[in-house]
Design a protein around this ligand. Sequence first.
Ligand code: CTP
Length: 412
Amino acid sequence: MRIVLGVGGGIAAYKVASLLRLFTEAGHNVTVIPTEASTRFVGTATWEALSGNPVSNSVFDDVHQVNHVRLGHEADLVVIAPATADLLAKAATGQAGDLLTNTLLMAHGPVLFAPAMHTEMWQHAATRANVETLRSRGAAVLEPATGRLTGADSGPGRLPEPEAIFDAAMALLQGPSDFQLPLAGRTVTISAGGTREPLDPVRFLGNRSSGKQGVALAVAARNAGASVRLLAAHMEVPPPAGVDVVQVETALQLRKAALAAAADSDAVIMSAAVADFRPAEVSDTKIKKRDDTADPVITLVRNPDILQELVELRNGTAGQKQQLIVGFAAETGDSDGGVLAHAQAKLQRKGCDLLVVNHVGTDKVFGQDTNSVVILARAGSEPQEASGTKTEVSAAIISRIGYELNSVSPRA
Ligand code: CTP
């Protein structure tokens, strides 16, 4: 496919080199049109080398090819990243002062804007109106990511991650023109990894969760346009870029973080392996082995069930929009019933909307890169199977969550 990649004059222009790579590696023919201002951040030589195509931002270069008409006409897709406040304003008002704005006026295919600017500029009434105008004309304007901005401050205004822009671009190439990312404007809280319950300053009770599934879910939710809060218990993998991370260690810390983050989240996904019990006493000093005293006996007390508490709070808050709560269950079949029978009972007991069921054995799931799950819904729809890499499984779970959040019928 032929893609025109317009680069706006913002500091995030450097991230667009990764986006260009994703496009070319997927086999697309990309023509980059940088604005004059953007070449102060990234020079045209970078775009020429990475795209393999000539780069210009002037309507007076190669005039015999009538580039200001041809590029927009021929493009299967136009992507603007970073879409600055200035570029959004120019596009909304139909200005045509340079090659990129001419191309936007001539575009026959879908147009995708990936905004990046300071939070106050993004929230300014003028920018809101420009975004509305562009969307009403069928352009896809992504929500900027939330996080650290150029200065010390943070808020919505970061360029969405290149993978998120790429996913949106590919969906646009295939999908309808009134395209919107399924989780655009949504906030999703995801717990990941395994809690550690301390015995003394050097020892803990832990579990085998690697955090890979939770991290893959965070990436999929981010790529679907959500603002993601990742509550990270112990993980063997680093958290992804473009999500807000809260580090926790114990179940009690996770509970506190989850209740706080859930308060204004559209969906909460409890994929962390939470210890059901913790040592009743935590020694301030290292427990020593001594010949003159008896070996220690560890007494455990029960941790609160965070998922259940989230469900109770959600149901108890009058007037709040209905939040979607998703639990995970690692199950083994036994003499009392099969995996799905146990999972159905757990879904009803915990009261969450969706339960993602893993069939576990010692060789399955933990630390692996692939997974096979069944998604059960409390509302009673058919169990949905998803298998493949943890990335593929996460995409299926996130797409189901998008469907549940966006469907008009109320959840039972
Ligand atoms: N969970 C939780 N708080 C706990 C324990 C579990 O929020 N104290 C969540 C997990 O994150 C997961 C779901 O509950 O989403 C199911 O966890 P699981 O351990 O399978 O459920 P249990 O209620 O502990 O059931 P079981 O008796 O099978 O261990």
